[in-house]
Design a protein around this ligand. Structure first.
Ligand SMILES: Cc1cc2nc3c(=O)[nH]c(=O)nc-3n(C[C@H](O)[C@H](O)[C@H](O)COP(=O)(O)OP(=O)(O)OC[C@H]3O[C@@H](n4cnc5c(N)ncnc54)[C@H](O)[C@@H]3O)c2cc1C
Length: 480
């Protein structure tokens, strides 16, 4: 028989100190959702089952004890660190879950400037680590827009990616080793070595597991020299996305590695560049960083490629640098955005996908008109590509809508899901991936079988092997 809420709380209070087990109603309501249902938080209308408790773990041993207890009694565990999730990964879809918050496991354990790697606990905000390594002239190379709040455990768990990914890669290229706790409480450590060929690379069972297989307690990531004095910014306006994708493709295929390589369509571009770009201008922009010789060669190579595209008109690099300096989202911007939504009932959402160079523009051209035709109340609809590879790129759809005949708590069903459905359908039809970097969460799990196709049994086998009782983040990645 399953435990009552009171019995779960009582057990947790025996495992941890009283102040580590939080049960006040407002906290429980707030911890029942994430940004996927952010309107419930903004308007104070919570509809999800609330957890039995939020526990603030302080050590790997405490995580182990809580996970052992949860598995023994079949209690759902939702791992949490920074809380910036956008895809429902933090939602508690069943009554009496335990939210295991690693925010207090926030020690930077070692910065090894000789071997160029740093080891941190899961609750270290990326910004805190970046600030420390900058004092040594180093950088993590990881810069998601949420970096002031997002923390190392969550960043690894979601396969996050940052603004400088074209040079440094995504988090999967940075994680050297880690420590994790599996349901039942077993602790595993993957050692820190530069490469291994000792069978499959099991780091990838951890990276992107979204709290559905294990709890990440410690992470070691690579470090890189930081040389801001060498940064070079470049930008051009142009009149269509197809040509912009071609510029990005040529830069990548030629082997250049700018840290930032972006293409904005005209509507998304107006959000950032309306002070110099015409309303029908797309913008392609680059930032090169690193060693002075490499950055100069990279910028010169990009210049040469863009010169072959007569539709491109140069932009003052200072405008691109200004844009770059205003990119990061801290708590102040989040609060301002929440207030804007509360007062205007105009909601901003994003969905990111990826595909190869042959199809990315087709996906863009298929999605935009369908959303415009099928969804009422759209006030802005556009997108940008922000992470490019030799074989393709991502597309980050950015859309705003007015809530028409819709209560805030109905927004997911009436607006968000229908839009995601269009994006997923068109992406899958044309052969892309429905998630580029935010994770599947619970929001996109209904399309996960189509995403994986004949490899879906491999995903199911992982879940079965590592979480046989199904207590880790129910409904995340694999639908309930
Ligand atoms: C304004 C804004 C900007 C963003 N920009 C970017 C961006 O540029 N790039 C990008 O990739 N993402 C971005 N995101 C999404 C989000 O920041 C990332 O998904 C981030 O990696 C989440 O980290 P977190 O610490 O906040 O994790 P949480 O929100 O706490 O958790 C995220 C997921 O990971 C799981 N999880 C958390 N901690 C652990 C753990 N210790 N062990 C196992 N599982 C765990 C959770 O269960 C959940 O499923 C943005 C979000 C916002 C709100």
């Amino acid at each position: 028989m399953s435990l009552t809420r009171e019995a779960i709380v009582e057990h947790l209070q025996q495992l941890l100190s009283a102040e580590q087990v939080v049960t006040d109603e407002q906290t429980l309501r707030e911890r029942s959702i994430d940004n996927f249902r952010k309107l419930q938080h903004i308007f104070g209308v919570y509809t999800m089952p609330t957890p039995a408790a939020v526990v603030h773990v302080r050590s790997t041993d405490e995580v182990s004890q809580v996970l052992a207890f949860a598995q023994e009694h079949g209690v759902n565990v939702v791992a949490r660190t920074g809380g910036t999730a956008t895809e429902g990964g933090l939602e508690t879809p069943v009554e009496n879950s335990i939210v295991v918050d690693g925010g207090e496991m926030n020690a930077i354990l070692k910065i090894d400037a000789y071997n160029m790697q740093a080891t941190v606990q899961c609750g270290v905000p990326l910004q805190a680590l970046e600030d420390e390594v900058r004092k040594l002239g180093l950088t993590t190379g990881h810069s998601p827009q949420s970096k002031p709040i997002a923390s190392m455990g969550g960043l690894v768990a979601t396969r996050s990616i940052g603004q400088f990914s074209t040079l440094y890669g995504g988090i999967e290229d940075m994680v050297v080793g880690c420590e994790v706790v599996f349901p039942g409480g077993a602790v595993s450590r993957i050692k820190n070595v530069p490469r291994r060929a000792a069978g499959p690379d099991i780091r990838h069972i951890v990276i992107g597991n979204e709290g559905a297989l294990c709890y990440i307690t410690e992470v070691t990531v690579k470090l890189f020299p930081y040389m801001p004095e060498n940064h070079i910014f470049q930008g051009w306006t142009l009149k269509n996305m197809k040509e912009g994708f071609e510029v990005l493709r040529e830069v990548m295929v030629a082997g250049y590695k700018p840290s930032v390589a972006r293409l904005y369509d005209f509507e998304d571009g107006q959000l950032h560049f309306s002070h110099f770009a015409a309303p029908d201008d797309c913008i392609v922009l680059f930032m090169s960083e690193g060693n002075a010789g490499i950055t100069k060669a990279t910028a010169a190579g990009i210049e040469e490629i863009v010169a072959r595209h007569p539709g491109c008109t140069p932009v003052d690099p200072a405008r691109i640098e200004e844009w770059f300096n205003d990119l990061v989202w801290g708590p102040d911007k989040v609060l301002r955005e929440d207030e804007r939504i509360r007062t205007t009932r105009n909601v901003n959402r994003t969905t990111e996908i990826s595909s190869d160079w042959s199809t990315i523009n087709d996906i863009y051209e298929a999605v935009i008109p369908r959303i415009r035709a099928e969804i009422k109340g759209i006030t802005l609809l556009g997108g940008h590509s922000s992470h490019s590879y030799i074989n393709g790129t991502n597309m980050y759809f950015n859309y705003f809508y007015d809530l028409i005949d819709c209560e805030p708590e109905e927004e997911n069903d009436k607006y968000y899901f229908p839009i995601i459905q269009i994006i997923c359908e068109e992406t899958l039809r044309l052969g892309g991936s429905i998630v580029h970097h935010h994770g599947i969460g619970k929001a996109r799990s209904r399309w996960v079988k189509d995403e994986y196709g004949s490899s879906y049994p491999m995903l199911e086998a992982l879940k079965q092997a590592f979480d046989p009782q199904g207590v880790m983040n129910m409904g995340t990645i694999i639908p309930r």
